[in-house]
Design a protein around this ligand. Structure first.
Ligand code: NDP
Ligand SMILES: N[C@@H](CC=O)C(=O)O
Length: 462
């Protein structure tokens, strides 16, 4: 099914699947910029049908009642609708509808990272077989054109690393918890209100959403197929305002980072919280902003920063995909090749600094801490930063430990005697490799006690 080429001054009908945060943003942005899009592409965009689940729901955007439908068939069977825009989310029925649209010769634009990460190869194959485009700029990092960059520009480079802040909700939560001291639950509710979070926010806070996006970026960057199920993943639900406060006192901020790197053994890929030194370029990327750094062998490092969620940034990516189709209805971007499955290289064990926090009732804390110090010294590690506080009932300590592998620390913290002494599971977060730690280690060696601060027991509650 063809889309009119530039300059034909024709009307293009697109079917919209979903009228939630992104769908409404799309309609509003189209109303705002439809005329300038027409001038630039020669096409007037018309949305004859919008698929929703609940037709009687009140909408925060103006659409005509006759546009609303609950039947995807009206869009799929219309021969004068060459483009389908899927912003409904979830796997089914989105997968079946997109496959039907592609097989019916319609171009598809989607924001659905979960679907792409889990079923991307099947969808891309269907698009190729039908000679149509499957565009998905909005699926990663909201308004940042990172897909376009990987797929449309970086063809001559060999990319060796892709990393960044890939989830707006968690970045918003971490920033707001630190800056306002509000609880996790309060800030999450605000992120939902702002339209940043997924329909089930577990996907955001447990790191699934970032893993889907990282799988898409990894597949595009290295022409492989990494399953999101294989990506080692940790979320932010165990992080408390106190951790963010102490991290800052130690010279860090906590960010949820997705990172994939080509190694000899395959792809080293992971999603999880990391303490970034304040000097790190991503340390100042706050609130709903995302950042993606791509490292190519010829170009070096490129970092993109922009809003990663919310109605307008995401609508912008969807609308840009649509205008790209109108301007260039043939092959818009390099065909992705996601046919070679690779398994993440999960055996990477780096000796790097780690932030550790544990809590115990006051009576047992001193014993727990003594065991911890003994273990660190005997294992050849060092505590280079420490702090703590206590109330009448419980005490908590925060530390930066160097010289040990994660598995060694983890085995001690979660197994055996220490666990029995603790109030709640301990927190263990890696710190980004950075020269400052080495410098501080040197100072610490020269002047013991300069950085290791004795635990202050305060009367305020923990
Ligand atoms: N929110 C964001 O910032 C971003 C979201 N995305 C992705 O965009 C997609 C949409 O997200 P978002 O707009 O936030 O989601 P919402 O939950 O706000 O909206 C989903 C819309 O799809 C409709 N819908 C859902 N399931 C069905 C179904 N089975 N049949 C018919 N209609 C259905 C809903 O109908 P009804 O209104 O009647 O319930 C609703 O209008 C998701 O894939 C998400 O991951 C990507 C980037 C950013
Ligand atoms: N829930 C997602 C929305 C955009 O992809 C996020 O918070 O990043």
């Amino acid at each position: 099914m063809s889309v009119p080429v530039n300059g034909e001054n024709r009307r293009v009908r697109a079917g919209l699947l979903g009228l939630g945060t992104v769908g409404s943003g799309f309609i509003k942005a189209l109303a705002q910029n439809g005329e300038s899009i027409r001038q630039r592409t020669g096409c007037e965009i018309e949305i004859p049908y919008i698929l929703v689940r609940n037709p009687s729901k009140e909408r925060n955007v103006k659409v005509k009642p006759e546009q609303i439908t609950t039947d995807p068939g009206v869009i799929l069977s219309s021969t004068d609708i060459p483009v389908v825009i899927e912003v409904m989310g979830g796997i089914e029925p989105a997968r079946t509808i997109i496959l039907s649209a592609l097989r019916a010769g319609k171009h598809v634009i989607t924001a659905n990272k979960e679907l792409l990460a889990k079923h991307g190869p099947e969808l891309l194959r269907a698009a190729e077989e039908s000679g149509v485009q499957l565009l998905f700029e909005a699926s990663v990092a909201g308004g940042i054109p990172v897909i376009r960059f990987l797929q449309g520009y970086l063809t001559a480079n060999r990319v060796h690393e892709v990393s960044g802040i890939l989830n707006g909700t968690t970045n918003y939560i971490l920033t707001q918890m630190e800056q306002t001291g509000q609880s996790f639950a309060e800030v999450l509710a605000k992120a939902q209100e702002l339209g940043y979070a997924e329909a089930d926010p577990t996907s955001d806070v447990e790191g699934f959403d970032a893993a889907y996006k990282l799988a898409i970026l990894t597949n595009l960057a290295y022409d492989v197929q990494v399953s999101p199920y294989e990506i080692p993943r940790e979320g932010i639900t165990s992080i408390q305002p106190l951790d963010l406060k102490w991290a800052r006192e130690f010279g860090y901020v906590i960010k949820l980072i997705g990172r994939s790197r080509r190694t000899e053994a395959g792809i080293d890929v992971s999603v999880g919280p990391v303490l970034l030194p304040m000097s790190h370029p991503l340390a100042r990327v706050n609130d709903v902003f995302n950042a993606v750094t791509i490292s190519g062998d010829v170009v070096g490092d490129l970092t993109f920063i922009g809003k990663g969620a919310g109605e307008y940034p995401t609508a912008s990516a969807v609308l840009e995909d649509l205008t790209a189709l109108l301007r260039q209805p043939g092959q818009v971007l390099r065909s992705p090749n996601w046919e070679t499955p690779v398994y993440p290289d999960v055996n990477q064990e780096a000796v790097r600094p780690f932030f550790v926090r544990f809590k115990a009732i006051v009576d047992t804390f001193a014993h727990a801490e003594h065991q911890f110090r003994l273990f660190i010294t005997r294992s050849g590690g060092r505590i280079v930063r420490e702090t703590g506080m206590a109330s009448a009932k419980e005490a908590v300590g925060g530390y930066v430990v160097t010289g040990l592998e994660k598995s060694v620390l983890q085995a001690f913290l979660t197994g055996g005697m220490l666990e029995k002494l603790l109030h709640e599971p301990p927190l263990l977060i890696p710190c980004a490799e950075d020269e400052t730690i080495d410098c501080q280690d040197a100072a610490f060696a020269a002047e013991p006690g300069l950085y290791a601060k004795s635990v202050e027991f305060m009367s305020q509650s923990v």
